[in-house]
Design a protein. Structure first.
Length: 285
């Protein structure tokens, strides 16, 4: 697809002063940004994100990427857009499942941000609809601000930005284990948040009551597709393929309380498996 888009730009006479507009969700934004970053060694582009996930997360921060084989976002660049234009009005075009799934990323930002955004989400998320423009603007803007503040401090993911991977190490493995066909990305993050909270409890870093509060918020967003049939050993085999693995070592983002997470290296895999099994046993939401 990257080659096709680049060829189409050339056919239409795009040069180094052209502007590429990535209008769509996260895949469109990643693809458009990657092409813009490499076409004629870089042209300007802007994001017009049209999904909840893209508006609060993927359009912000300048990460671009394309998949290679079964490896998600393996080839990419850090290349910020000139502008991000996000309007909740376009979310009315989404199917209900796609709309709801984006709020798992918002929940992730709420865990990172702290009690204020978390409590707001607890209060309003279950009733949010695309027509709830005022509420959406308030929540999505605050969630996006969390990403902006982290990226401003660590644009190229040298340290702090890794906290944004909360729930994603589990989530990416679940996406791959289910062939990228069962779970939307947001739903995979939802399961990942449940597993990360359980991992925090098993490591003695997260109070069980805080973990339950995180779990209730995640499960209040929408029913999650089942992962009950997945074998934890298969998920464990996929974990080292995560892009955040360095020198064969996984670094886990573990919540310690709402508003605080810690990067924990080399968590024993039997504890990771226990977290997965525990979440599976809790059943589907």
């Amino acid at each position: 697809m990257a080659e096709q888009v680049a060829a189409e730009l050339l056919r239409r006479g795009a040069d180094r002063r052209s502007l590429l507009i990535a209008f769509g969700g996260g895949v469109v934004g990643d693809l458009g940004g990657f092409v813009a970053s490499t076409y004629m060694r870089g042209i300007n582009y802007l994001h017009v994100p049209t999904t909840v996930v893209a508006q609060v997360d993927s359009s912000i921060g300048g990460k671009t990427a394309v998949n290679v084989g079964a490896m998600k976002n393996l080839v990419g660049t850090f290349y910020p857009p000139r502008l991000v234009l996000a309007d909740p009005l376009v979310l009315g075009s989404l199917p209900e499942r796609v709309f709801r799934s984006g709020f798992y990323e918002v929940a992730k930002h709420a865990v990172l941000s702290g009690p204020a955004l978390f409590a707001l989400l607890e209060k309003e998320v279950a009733a949010l609809k695309p027509a709830s423009i005022a509420s959406l603007e308030r929540i999505l803007a605050r969630a996006a601000k969390v990403k902006v503040e982290v990226v401003n401090q660590d644009e190229h993911e040298a340290g702090l930005r890794r906290v944004l991977n909360l729930g994603h190490t589990f989530g990416h493995a679940l996406e791959e284990a289910t062939g990228y066909s069962r779970l939307l990305h947001g739903e995979a993050v939802g399961w990942g948040l449940l597993c990360a909270a359980r991992l925090g409890v098993l490591l003695g870093r997260l109070d069980a009551k805080e973990a339950e509060r995180i779990s209730r918020l995640v499960r209040s967003i929408s029913p999650l597709p089942s992962i009950r049939d997945l074998v934890p050993a298969k998920i464990l085999r996929l974990l080292p393929r995560d892009k955040k693995t360095v020198g064969g070592h996984l670094h886990w983002v573990v919540p310690e309380r709402i508003g605080k997470v810690r990067i924990v290296p080399d968590v024993p895999l039997d504890v990771v498996a226990a977290a997965i099994r525990s979440v599976q046993q809790e059943g589907d939401s």
